[in-house]
Write a protein that binds this ligand. Structure first.
Ligand SMILES: [Zn+2]
Length: 155
């Protein structure tokens, strides 16, 4: 190792936290390795912990974004007018089929079951969207915090 200030190769490892008189520097939260140049007193800091945190943060962000993708896709599918319309149309189709006079009792029973399910699905759409949102929101919150930490260097 070489001092980046004077080029001297004699450096000693010092412990942290250090107090510098006349300087109001709070370095107690950073676990850094410090090397002092014996010739000029210049300090070389190595914060390997910080690097590890940075890497963890970056990979957690990637992980969360992967998790989020299919959920958001599903949410926009559920929220689309097309999805609502197709559920609605299904209910109407089944209602009409039930009104037909040409169906057997067995067919009527089957249609009735399908209609029940289709109506339940249509009715449950809002709560389905709600529960999906409650999965998505905390992921977005965590992502925002992590991204903020990255941009501010506080990871
Ligand atoms: Zn030096």
């Amino acid at each position: 190792m070489k001092c980046t200030h004077c080029g001297n190769k004699e450096l000693i490892k010092a412990s942290i936290p250090m107090k510098w008189e006349g300087h109001d520097v709070d370095i107690s939260n950073i676990r850094a390795e410090v090397y002092l140049c014996l010739k000029c007193g210049h300090c070389e800091f190595f914060a390997m912990d910080k690097i590890a945190h940075y890497k963890e943060t970056v990979s957690r962000i990637a992980e969360l974004e992967q998790e989020l993708k299919p959920l958001q896709k599903e949410l926009s599918r559920l929220r689309s007018k097309g999805h609502y319309d197709s559920l609605n149309n299904r209910v109407h189709e089944l209602e009409e089929a039930l009104n037909s006079i040409d169906i057997t009792i067995r067919q009527q029973q089957e249609l009735q079951d399908k209609l029940c399910k289709a109506r339940a699905e249509l009715k449950g759409l809002d709560s389905q969207i709600g529960s999906l949102k409650s999965k998505i929101d905390p992921i977005i919150n965590e992502l925002n915090k992590l991204k903020q930490a990255l941009s501010e260097g506080t990871f």
